[in-house]
Ligand binder design. Sequence first.
Ligand code: GDP
Ligand code: MG
Length: 166
Amino acid sequence: KSGFVAIVGRPNVGKSTLLNRIVGQKIAIMSDKAQTTRNKIQGVYTTKDMQMIFIDTPGIHKPKHRLGDYMVNEAYGALQEVEAVLFMISADEKRGKGDNLIIERLQKLSVPVFLVINKIDKIHPDNLLAVIEDYSKQMTFAEVVPVSATQGNNFETLMQLLEDQM
Ligand code: GDP
Ligand code: MG
């Protein structure tokens, strides 16, 4: 059994850092799903019951005029085919244009979207609630998971929540 997870987020929020924690395992089961060819597989996480295949959806945060309709549709189409989407943000940065553009696109999905608040090691715990509230006003998330990709906080929790979603 296998499932797909897409990671989206503007540059520098920590997507690669999180993926580095996930990578290192071979893909034992090759899916025939379309996104395996359309998207770059960035990492595989294997549990005793299944594997989760993490993909990158390049360009989802880019404005339409820069990327072109075709590319945006490709990226968006890929998001509709996964089991879950991780929308990663940085806890120590304000919601910006890039984030809003992603939210606009994610709102149209029927796939569960997790808000992954990264870099919690950089903020005071008291400030986390304001971040959660701000983003939760924009759209409804299946889960909200504060993490630190560098330190590993809540990594296991995130993986378990994803597995439950498969
Ligand atoms: P990407 O552009 O979204 O792939 O972001 P990267 O994974 O390249 O991370 C951008 C920068 O943020 C790097 O310098 C990382 O070391 C740093 N970073 C990533 N995650 C964390 C975190 O949880 N805490 C802190 N303090 N820094 C982080
Ligand atoms: Mg990266």
